[in-house]
Ligand binder design. Structure first.
Ligand SMILES: [Zn+2]
Ligand SMILES: [Zn+2]
Length: 296
């Protein structure tokens, strides 16, 4: 199961209800934080997430509403004696920004970290999932991310029990290996079924573009910015953002299964305004709220 927790869903100025950007994706031992706006550390405490648990930090771009929380988070992780080097993935320029960030105050107890600049394609792979990046089109270098769970095999329990199979044999079958028992070949494909992995993508600040389409394509969950409603789309395009309508069209045209709109402008007081617009173009839409969690 993959759990997504919205720690911050606003943009520009934080409001009473919406913190600056931060999305936590939790999967087994991984806690991947995407963007770290001002106040995210406090939001994590409210959400019951320990800073030391963050396993990777993914930064979409270096506008303040996405990064002002980094010094606080890395200090908290250092103070918690998190025994690891935090990998920080971000767009071109990230190494320079991080270096300067920690020179600008009397930094102490900052967790050890390594910054990796990523541009396009797969940048992390484990046995269980991959992380992919696509370039977006914003006023500064900006990227979006996909978490793609790998397909896996599950044992057909009833059949395995009937044959009296257990222990390491099941492990082998699950890994796709055939086994021989009492001279008889048992094929993995007869004892297992395939579970298709899930794709979760995050489109941060951007105009509609090819990278956004790629992130959205066949996503089980698409999280996309939708800063304004379409009635002020000229203004939205000028500041290089998506309207809610554009986000919903990206979801529908790329066969996404579910859309959650985030990065909502403080001008909208109730989520219902954005929701009504999104649903016209993509029915399975939701508008994010701080501390909302989604299980996939
Ligand atoms: Zn932003
Ligand atoms: Zn931005």
């Amino acid at each position: 199961m993959i759990r997504v927790t919205f720690l911050g869903t606003g943009c520009m100025q934080p409001t009473k209800n919406r913190n600056h950007a931060g999305i936590l994706l939790s999967y087994k031992n991984e806690n991947i934080l995407m963007d770290c706006g001002e106040g995210i550390q406090r939001q994590m405490r409210f959400a019951g997430v320990k800073p030391a648990k963050i396993s990777k930090l993914l930064i979409t771009h270096w506008h303040g509403d996405h990064v002002f929380g980094i010094p606080g988070l890395l200090s908290a992780m250092g103070a918690d004696k998190a025994d690891k080097t935090l990998k920080i993935y971000g767009p071109v320029g990230s190494k320079n920004y991080i270096e300067h960030m920690f020179k600008s105050f009397a930094a102490k107890e900052i967790i050890g970290h390594e910054v990796i600049e990523v541009t396009k394609g797969i940048f992390f792979e484990s046995n269980e999932f991959i992380l992919e990046v696509q370039p977006l089109k914003h006023s500064v270098h900006c990227i979006g991310f996909s978490f793609i769970e790998k397909d896996r095999r599950r044992i057909i329990v009833g059949t395995a029990e009937k044959l009296g199979l257990r222990g390491p044999i099941l492990g082998k079958l699950q890994q796709g290996e055939d086994v021989i028992i009492d001279g008889k070949k048992i094929k993995s494909k007869d004892l297992t079924y395939r579970v298709i992995g899930k794709k979760i993508s995050y489109i941060s600040d951007t105009l509609p573009c090819d990278g956004a389409d790629k992130l959205a394509r066949d996503a089980d969950l698409l999280i996309s910015e939708g800063t304004h409603l379409d009635d002020i789309k000229e203004k939205t395009a000028k500041v290089m953002h998506l309207t809610v309508k554009q986000a919903a069209l990206i979801a529908s045209e790329n066969n996404a299964k579910k859309l959650i709109i985030t990065h909502i402008s403080p001008r909208y007081k109730a989520p219902s305004e954005a929701l009504a617009e999104a649903k016209i173009y993509f029915d399975n839409s939701k508008v994010a709220e701080d501390f909302m969690t989604i299980k996939i």
